[in-house]
Design a protein around this ligand. Structure first.
Ligand SMILES: O=C(O)CCC(=O)C(=O)O
Length: 331
């Protein structure tokens, strides 16, 4: 059942109908019910790139799958996109380029090499060559077993973002310890799998989408169950918790969207307010380990341009997991 749906949504000729795809922008007649955040006393949302959670559109399925409709500000999206492209793939984090016949400088700092490449063809080759990088406990693609020897420090800003969302959704304390960042050129896919390497399977998995759109399929704990298809757009967050945490899922289609919400103009505050908030923001951002220099730079047109070119053609997905159980210090 899963394989049939995957093939259906992957097909180029004929292209699939999106009639059965759950689109949370439209009328929701799916199994998802709306959840609201009643009050929020934690003001940090602004400083990590989010809007106020009391305005979030949150939908939850009976199996514990949660969908949050893009809760990011445009600047927030830009910050996280820039981190995913220019920082997270860098050494010592692991990436797929090690296994390709590609020079060591590209493996170590793909973004820098991509942007210093002159020829169009070589740029295109490098742009599509990066398919994943892993953070924290590095995912082992063959054994699916994490190891203490294959681990680097988890980026603390991404840990803050995941912890904040876990708190808003009442999951309690969350410790982000492993992540896979997937890079999808338009037309690429991710086949059906479950994520079961973590020793703590009670903690939710947070999945952030940026850039171009995708069809996301999620079914049951075997491939015999017909999956539902969901539209994921830039900024959307999927949380796999409870039963859904161990369900088969896949991405059969990544396609060009007519939206680029990371480029939307945000309403400006007046100058005095901006000055006060800038100081408060810096203090708050430092405690959440946000790179404040990058935060400001992403609004600069020239700085943003290469990032924009990338997300205009590709999708990025960052999925974050807690590996250890509460009180456990090592594997
Ligand atoms: O790209 C996505 O939305 C899903 C990624 C995923 O399932 C994974 O990396 O395990």
């Amino acid at each position: 059942m899963f394989t049939e749906s995957f093939k259906y949504y992957k097909s180029k000729n004929p292209p699939p109908s999106f009639e059965s795809v759950i689109n949370f922008d439209g009328v929701n007649d799916s199994i998802f019910v709306r959840r609201t955040v009643v009050n929020n006393s934690d003001e940090r949302f602004r400083h990590i790139g989010l809007t106020d959670p009391i305005h979030w559109q949150i939908f939850e399925s009976p199996s514990g799958l949660i969908f949050i409709k893009n809760p990011f500000t445009a600047q927030g999206q830009r910050y996280w996109i820039a981190r995913c492209l220019s920082d997270y793939p860098k050494s010592p984090h692991a990436n797929n380029l090690h296994s390709k016949s590609i020079s060591l400088s590209v493996v170590d700092d793909w973004w820098k090499e991509l942007n210093s490449t002159e020829t169009k063809a070589e740029k295109e080759r490098l742009r599509t060559a990066l398919r994943w990088c892993t953070l924290g406990y590095h995912h082992q693609w063959d054994t699916k077993i994490y190891s203490e020897d294959k681990k680097h420090e988890f980026p603390s800003d991404l840990a803050s973002l995941s912890g904040y969302i876990a708190n808003v959704l009442n999951f309690g304390k969350y410790s982000a310890e492993a992540a896979i960042i997937n890079f999808y050129p338009i037309g690429s896919t991710l086949s059906a799998h479950t994520d079961h390497s973590e020793q703590n399977l009670d903690a939710p998995l947070f999945s952030f989408s940026f850039g171009q759109s995708a069809i996301f399929l999620i079914g049951g704990t075997t491939k015999d169950i017909k999956p539902m298809a969901m539209l994921l757009q830039s900024g959307d967050i999927v949380v796999m918790s409870q039963e859904s945490r161990l369900c088969y899922h896949a991405v059969p289609r990544v396609f060009k969207s007519d939206l680029s919400t990371w480029n939307l103009e945000e309403k400006d505050e007046d100058d005095d307010y901006r000055e006060v908030t800038r100081k408060r923001r810096r203090v708050s951002q430092q405690s959440d380990h946000i790179n404040t220099e990058l935060w400001d730079l992403v609004l600069n047109k020239d700085f943003w341009q290469p990032f924009n070119e990338y997300v205009d053609n590709c999708r990025i997905n960052a999925n974050v997991r807690q590996v250890l159980r509460e009180g456990q210090n090592t594997l």
